[in-house]
Design a protein around this ligand. Structure first.
Ligand code: PLP
Length: 448
């Protein structure tokens, strides 16, 4: 047994680079996720599209497909992109994803649909026409009502699982950790979802939910720490983004590097996206996660491969952050394993910076996001402006190509934030910006 503790992580914004990138483990016998699993998920979402259109009128315009826009951003706070020296910036606008209002719409909804599909097949609810609208019939709904779908959540995963499950007629239960916002609980209850509240952290809410579901054969638990189905659903975003880049005439190759910055909680959502993008673009895409300085669980686990299950408490941090979607003490083991050879690095960011970026984005671009989503903006500042970032660009031979680079900040949530809550976010962000307008400014890029 070891007696030495892990190295503590400083509560300061930093950029960590993954030295194991491109080092692939020997083939192991564990079932790994493959790109054909991701294709299956994409096809499943397409099969359900007509039903989703019927259940959610807001999906009629997109023919039942849940997807967000890719929006060009003229600038990013704290980055002096004179003459486009760093290339172009884009926002992948998952903050506006319908139904769930966050990136969880992809993974969470996919897993509920996969469960519904397997029940439907087992019980012969789909005839040879294979028309999925049959799953809104009273026969289907009465079968689904015999089952419970449950999940542990800090908020957004609960919204996606709860709302989709309830819409199909399942009994839905969401186990919510202490940082879950009241409005997210209220929204779920309005949709007929049972919300169970815990005073503990996210890992405890997940464990409690897992235990309760395991005792009930009619209960299906969506396990954020281990689910392949969630991961596959998240990864579908990569194919969608590939098509969007193509129609925006954005090239991605060795001379046109693509950088993608993703807020990270347990790591499932950003890892799914990264898994898909690395499959498509290989070494031409560089994916960075961003975590709160107080809650960098993915960083702690990547830095300590010999300590599986390490928490942010073990490295001297308290997991207290206003970024409720990222307030997670321990990373998903599945995501860690998949990311070891693929992830470029991890940036951490302070809560004040999240609010400043949220307010900046509102005032400059009229885009409305939640604090967790704002974490993405610290990615490009760190990669383009820090010592570590520059050393990454130089090691990877990217410096000559930066004018042709593209940077995507993935704004992961925000659609349903109530107005009064959002007004509070804006106030705090604007006051941070005012304070920082003094000399040292945004923790920005210096362009010397
Ligand atoms: C859940 C969430 C994330 C991160 O997803 P994980 O799978 O937990 O890493 C990022 N942003 C928002 C808004 C989220 O709700």
């Amino acid at each position: 047994m070891r007696t030495d503790g892990p190295q503590q992580i400083m509560k300061l914004p930093q950029l960590w680079l993954n030295q194991d990138i491109n080092v692939y483990p020997d083939a192991d016998s564990d079932a790994r996720i493959t790109i054909s699993n991701v294709k299956e998920a994409e096809l499943r979402l397409a099969r359900f599209a007509p039903l989703l259109m019927e259940l959610f009128p807001e999906l009629v315009a997109s023919q039942g497909i849940i997807e967000s826009e890719l929006i060009e951003l003229p600038s990013i706070a704290g980055i002096d992109n004179i003459n486009g020296r760093y290339g172009k910036f884009w926002d992948k606008a998952d903050h506006a994803l319908p139904i769930a209002g966050s990136i969880k719409a992809r993974g969470g909804i996919h897993e509920v649909l996969e469960f519904a599909e397997s029940l439907a097949r087992r019980h012969g609810l789909l005839d040879s026409s294979n028309d999925y609208c049959q799953l809104s019939s009273s026969t289907s709904r009465s079968l689904f009502s015999q089952y419970e779908v449950s999940v542990g959540s800090t908020g957004n995963l609960g919204l996606s699982i709860g709302i989709m499950s309830a819409a199909l007629g399942f009994r839905a239960t969401v186990h919510m950790s202490a940082e879950a916002k009241q409005w997210k609980k209220d929204r779920l209850r309005r949709h007929g979802v049972t919300v169970v509240e815990y005073s503990g952290d996210y890992a405890q809410a997940v464990e409690a939910g897992r235990q309760r579901a395991s005792a009930d054969p009619h209960s299906y638990f969506v396990d954020d720490e281990q689910s392949h189905s969630l991961f596959m659903g998240y990864a579908v975003a990569a194919f969608r983004l590939q098509a969007q880049l193509k129609s925006a005439n954005v090239k991605v190759d060795a001379e046109h590097p693509l950088f993608v910055y993703l807020p990270c909680g347990v790591g499932g959502a950003p890892a799914g996206v990264t898994f898909g993008l690395k499959h498509i673009f290989g070494k031409a895409v560089h994916c960075f996660f961003v975590e709160p300085t107080t809650s960098p669980c993915f960083l702690a686990q990547m830095q300590n491969p010999d300590r599986p299950g390490i928490t942010v408490y073990d490295v001297g941090l308290d997991n207290v952050t206003e970024a409720d979607g990222l307030a997670v003490p321990a990373a998903s083991a599945l995501a860690i394993k998949e990311m070891r050879p693929l992830l470029s690095g991890i940036a951490t960011t302070a809560d004040d910076t999240l609010f400043a970026d949220l307010a900046w984005l509102h005032d400059q671009e009229n885009i409305r996001i939640e604090p967790s989503a704002a974490a993405a903006f610290s990615g490009p500042r760190m990669v383009l402006g820090s010592e570590a970032g520059r050393s990454y660009l130089s090691q990877q031979g990217l410096l000559p190509h930066m004018q042709q680079a593209n940077h995507i900040v993935w704004t992961t949530g925000g659609l349903f934030v109530p107005d009064d809550e959002y007004a509070g976010f804006l106030d705090r962000g604007r006051s941070v910006i005012r304070k920082q307008a003094k000399p040292q400014a945004h923790p920005g890029v210096n362009n010397s």
